[in-house]
Design a protein around this ligand. Structure first.
Ligand SMILES: Cc1cc2nc3c(=O)[nH]c(=O)nc-3n(C[C@H](O)[C@H](O)[C@H](O)COP(=O)(O)O)c2cc1C
Length: 480
C-alpha cells in the first residue's frame, strides 16, 4: 500500500494519463519488477507513441530448452512494453530475411565443444559465409553456456562478432550467462527494452565499442557424500551400471527431470606417470587462472589430460615441432611418444591444456521420496584403444568412488522435461540408464499419490542380469 502523499500523486498521474500512456506504464513496471532491479534508480524512459515503437525479431537456438524459455520471457516483456515482437526458433528462421530485419535479438546456447545447438547450425553457417552485408541490422545477443566448459558461450560470442563483421550495429553488449542465467538475462532484457525506447525517441544507442561481457555470478555447487554404491547388473552381465545414493549438505533444490553436473578427477596413476614423464616436481606451485595451485593438483582436479581434443593435439604438435596423426590420445602418450625438449616447452604444454568438462547425469531420485538425498544411475563407459581396455573418465571415477567419499556437483535444470499434472497419464520409454529420470518420475508420483497412470517401457541386453531396479519397478506395478 502507498502512503497518502504517494497515493495522491499516483492517482493524479493515472487520471491525467491516456490509454496509451497507461499501457506504457504497465509495461515499464512489469519490466522493472521482472528485472529485479527495482531497488536501483530506474533510468527514466520517455513514453513514445505505440506507432513509433520498433518491430523486433527474437530468434532462439536451443538444445535443452533454456534459450527458448528465456526468448519467450523476453518476447512477453517486449509485448507488455508495447513492442511488436516476433518469436522464432533459429531452425525455422528464413536466413534470407536477415537483411530485411531492423532489430534482431538472438538467444543462443553453446553445445558440444563450443558449437552452436543443432537447431542453430544453418543460421550459424549462413552468417559465417562472406559476400553479404547487414548494414541496416541492429542487434543484440544473449549467450547461454556453462563456465565449466573451456569454450564458455563460444557460439553466442561468434554470432555477436560475426553480425558486427557483416555490418550490423550492436545496440546492447553481449551478455554471457552461466547455468544460473535468470538474473543476467532479466538485466539484459531491461537494457534492450530501454535501448529500444531510446532509439524510438530518436536518440541512437548503438554500441560500437568492443564487447564487454558482464561476468556471470556462477552456479551453486553442492557437496555430496556417497551413502550407497551398488552395481545393478548381476553376475554374467557385460555391463556395470551403478546406483549411487548421495547425501547432500543443505536441502538440494531440484525437480524430477533435472540432472547433476560433476567434474571428475583424473586418476592418481595417470597424474604420477605424467609427472614422471615430464620430470617435474608435483608440489611445485604455479598460477593458473588467478589461482595458486600445485602442478599435481592442477593435473588431478582441473586439466583435461585423459583424451585430448584435436585442437589441443595440434597445438602440442606445434610446440614439439612434430607431425602427430589424428587419433584419440592422452597427455601421457603424447609425452611418451613425442617428448618435450625442456621446461619452457613443458610450460607451453600446460598452457594449452583445457579444463576438465563437467558430465551431466539425470537424477534418478525424487525430492518427495528421498529427502536430503540425490541418486544417480551411472553406466561405466568401457571401450578399446589399440586392443587396450579403457574407461570413460567420469563414469570410471564415479564407479570407483567408495562409500563416504565426498565430491562436488551442481544442479542442471531442465524445464523442458517435467512431470505433467498429477492426474495426467504418462508413457515413458527409457532403455538402459535412460530409466534414471523415469525412476525419479515414478518415485515422485508414488510419494505424492498422483492419480495419473504410468507406463514404463524398459529394455536391456539380458532380462536376468540387466533388469535395472527390478524389485522396485515390480513393486510399483504388477505387469511386466
Ligand atoms: C553436451 C553439452 C555440451 C556443452 N558444451 C558447452 C560449451 O562448450 N560451452 C559452454 O559455454 N556451455 C556448454 N554447455 C552448457 C549449455 O550451453 C548450457 O547448459 C545452456 O544453458 C543450455 O541451453 P539450451 O537449453 O538453450 O541449449 C554444454 C552442455 C551440454 C549438455
Amino acid at each position: 500500500m502507498l502512503p497518502e502523499h504517494k497515493l495522491k500523486a499516483f492517482l493524479d498521474l493515472l487520471k491525467s494519463s491516456g490509454r496509451e500512456e497507461l499501457a506504457w506504464m504497465n509495461g515499464y513496471l512489469a519490466g522493472l519488477l521482472a528485472s529485479g532491479q527495482e531497488q536501483q534508480a530506474p533510468v527514466p524512459v520517455q513514453p513514445v507513441s505505440q506507432s513509433a515503437l520498433p518491430k523486433i525479431t527474437i530468434a532462439y537456438g536451443t538444445e535443452t530448452g533454456n534459450s527458448k524459455k528465456l526468448a519467450i520471457d523476453f518476447a512477453t516483456q517486449a509485448k507488455k512494453n508495447g513492442i511488436n515482437a516476433k518469436l522464432v526458433s533459429l531452425d525455422q528462421y528464413r536466413v534470407n530475411d536477415l537483411s530485411k530485419e531492423e532489430y534482431f535479438f538472438t538467444v543462443i546456447s553453446t553445445q558440444g565443444e563450443g558449437e552452436p545447438p543443432a537447431a542453430a547450425k544453418k543460421f550459424y553457417d549462413h552468417i559465417h559465409q562472406n559476400g553479404f552485408k547487414l548494414e541496416h541490422l541492429k542487434y543484440g545477443v544473449l549467450a547461454l553456456g556453462d563456465t565449466s566448459y573451456p569454450l564458455f558461450c563460444k557460439a553466442g560470442e561468434d554470432v555477436d562478432s560475426q553480425l558486427q563483421k557483416l555490418g550490423g550495429k550492436r545496440i546492447v553488449s553481449l551478455q554471457k550467462c552461466d547455468t544460473d542465467f535468470q538474473t543476467e538475462a532479466n538485466g539484459w532484457f531491461s537494457q534492450v527494452l530501454q535501448n529500444l525506447h531510446v532509439n524510438s525517441n530518436g536518440n541512437g544507442a548503438v554500441i560500437t565499442a568492443p564487447v564487454t561481457a558482464k561476468k556471470s555470478t556462477g552456479k551453486k555447487t553442492y557437496t555430496g557424500t556417497i551413502l550407497s554404491h551398488v552395481n545393478l547388473n548381476d553376475r554374467g552381465s557385460e555391463k556395470q551400471t551403478y546406483h549411487i545414493e548421495v547425501a547432500v549438505d543443505g536441502e538440494p533444490d531440484y525437480q524430477p527431470g533435472d540432472s547433476i553436473g560433476i567434474i571428475p578427477k583424473n586418476h592418481k596413476v595417470l597424474v604420477e606417470s605424467i609427472l614422471a614423464l615430464a620430470g617435474i616436481d608435483g608440489e611445485k606451485s604455479l598460477t593458473w587462472r588467478n589461482e595458486n595451485i600445485s602442478i599435481k593438483n592442477l593435473l588431478t582436479h582441473k586439466l583435461n589430460i585423459a583424451y585430448l581434443p584435436e585442437r589441443v593435439v595440434s597445438k602440442y604438435a606445434a610446440i614439439v615441432k612434430q607431425e602427430i596423426p589424428e587419433t584419440k590420445i592422452g597427455l601421457a602418450e603424447l609425452l611418451r611418444i613425442y617428448p618435450v625438449k625442456d621446461a619452457v616447452q613443458l610450460d607451453e604444454v600446460i598452457g594449452i591444456l583445457e579444463p576438465i568438462t563437467p558430465r551431466l547425469y539425470s537424477v534418478s531420485s525424487s525430492p518427495a521420496a528421498h529427502t536430503g538425498e540425490m541418486h544417480i544411475t551411472v553406466a561405466r563407459d568401457t571401450f578399446c584403444i589399440n586392443k587396450e581396455q579403457k574407461f570413460g573418465l567420469c563414469s570410471d571415477y564415479l564407479a570407483q568412488l567408495p562409500e563416504n567419499s565426498v565430491f562436488e556437483f551442481y544442479v542442471n535444470r531442465n524445464n523442458q522435461f517435467r512431470l505433467p499434472a498429477p492426474g495426467k497419464d504418462i508413457i515413458m520409454i527409457g532403455p538402459g540408464t535412460g530409466i534414471a529420470p523415469f525412476r525419479s518420475f515414478l518415485a515422485e508420483r508414488d510419494a505424492t499419490s498422483a492419480k495419473g497412470r504410468n507406463w514404463l517401457f524398459f529394455g536391456e541386453q539380458h532380462f536376468i542380469s540387466d533388469f535395472l531396479y527390478q524389485t522396485e519397478i515390480q513393486n510399483w506395478g504388477p505387469e511386466i
